[in-house]
Design a protein around this ligand. Structure first.
Ligand code: PMP
Length: 418
């Protein structure tokens, strides 16, 4: 049985009185739907429940109007035109549609695709599947732990890796584990010079930092609503409409919705929620980004003060100074030496954090992102990811520090007795 000292118990207890547990610090995995978004969605379950494809009655017209409005909201958030937004079931589908859709469209022009080792599995796995169909994939490394640009790709190496038969480059904007932001504007410039299509998984970035497809020169971009306080199971793929127009082969065929790129009855209530969540996130982005990064800094400093032998993974965090150009505001990833990340999480029932990507939790392999930074497997296994979000408070952060420090001490004491 794990026992707290009476002093530890008192300080945790005093914070417990003011916070609701478990404290949720896993906002990269998903976010709570903002109550204002729920409010907007509700009528679309029972009153305005029409099929957006029904053109013969008012139920259908209402649903279509609502979808059009949401499309406009999403487009506006990323500097796109409404008709360039294709609604999907989320970023996994969007990434698959982008990668496989381009490979199928341009397979005769070339069969080489270029991406990065630390991408999400929703990009890496469709790329891997293509290799079984005769395509060639190059995965670029990232700068290692300790490097000034840790987690980012090397632009020279990237330019050298583009070949005459390269048909697609896919690079995420913000990483879901270590929060690193890739230099997409420079990547896009190189793609333009070499006439290669650029896909960007911006799932963790939209609503958290400025994202403009025109400014960034992106051809395809993926999103999921549930990462920005919208509902799960809905997202979008931005597909450039002109200069140049981007074409792709759909993943499946059917009713021809979404201009034939993504057949299937539209998830109207989800899409409405996605639109509302996006608009809110953009309106509130600047103050929220500041608040969230201050909370993240408080968490980082508090952990550093309370726990020995812990290190930061990913780009530098300098509390009090703005590091949001290189790292997502709410992201923290740390290694706690001499403990197992899984045991640490299990011993902190009052704290919801993760040891990597929730989307790969069916696969207990240590994080491929931390491995890509060159961390030894023992350190990878001793690492936790924290994602601070819109609804977190200072009290929750202080509670998390106390809980974590207590758990690390107990586990280390136990392992030293073993
Ligand atoms: N890309 C990134 C960067 C992500 O963080 C996620 C979700 N963890 C996805 C893609 C997949 O999103 P979804 O599970 O909503 O399809």
């Amino acid at each position: 049985m794990l026992l707290l000292s009476s002093a530890q118990a008192c300080s945790v207890m005093s914070i417990v009185m003011t916070v609701k547990t478990p404290v949720y610090l896993d906002n990269h995995s998903t976010t709570a739907v903002d109550p204002r978004v729920v409010e907007v969605m509700l009528p679309f379950f029972t009153q305005q429940f029409g099929n957006a494809g029904s053109s013969s009655h008012a139920y259908g017209w209402e649903a279509k109007d609502a979808v059009d409005r949401a499309r406009q909201q999403v487009a506006q958030a990323i500097g796109a035109k409404a008709r360039e937004v294709i609604f999907t079931s989320g970023a996994t589908e969007s990434n698959n549609l982008a990668v496989r859709g381009i490979a199928d469209w341009l397979g005769k022009k070339g069969r080489h695709l270029l991406s990065v080792v630390s991408e999400h599995r929703a990009t890496l796995d469709p790329l891997d599947r293509l290799t079984r169909r005769g395509y060639e994939v190059t995965l670029l490394p990232v700068h290692p732990h300790g490097h000034a640009s840790t987690g980012q790709i090397c632009l020279n190496r990237f330019a050298d890796a583009i070949r005459d038969d390269t048909i697609l480059v896919s690079v995420m904007l913000a990483n879901n584990e270590i929060g690193v932001i890739q230099p997409l504007a420079q990547i896009s410039e190189i793609c333009r010079e070499r006439d290669v299509i650029l896909h960007c998984d911006a799932t963790q970035a939209i609503g958290k930092m400025p994202v403009d497809v025109t400014e960034l020169g992106i051809d395809l971009m993926s999103f999921s609503a549930h990462k920005l306080y919208g509902p799960k199971g809905v997202g979008a793929l931005y597909v450039r409409g002109r200069s140049p127009q981007t074409r792709l082969v759909p993943l499946f065929d059917g009713g021809g919705q979404e201009r034939g790129v993504r057949s299937g009855t539209l998830n109207v209530h989800g899409i409405v929620g996605f639109g509302a969540a996006t608009e809110l996130a953009i309106q509130e982005m600047n103050p929220e980004r500041t608040r969230v990064s201050q909370l993240r800094d408080r968490l980082f400093q508090g952990i550093q003060a309370a726990v020995t032998e812990c290190t930061l993974n990913g780009p530098l965090i300098i509390p009090g100074s703005d590091t949001t150009h290189s790292r997502l505001a709410g992201n923290l990833n740390m290694t706690f030496r001499l403990v197992e990340g899984e045991s640490l999480m299990m011993s902190m029932g009052d704290l919801a954090v993760s040891s990597g990507s929730a989307c790969t939790s069916a696969n207990p392999e240590p994080s491929h992102v931390l491995r890509a930074l060159g961390l030894p497997d023992d350190d990878v296994r001793a690492s936790l990811r924290f994602g601070v979000g819109r609804f977190n408070t200072e009290q929750e952060i202080d509670f998390a520090i106390e809980t974590l420090a207590g758990a690390v001490k107990r586990l280390r004491a136990l392992s030293s007795m073993a």
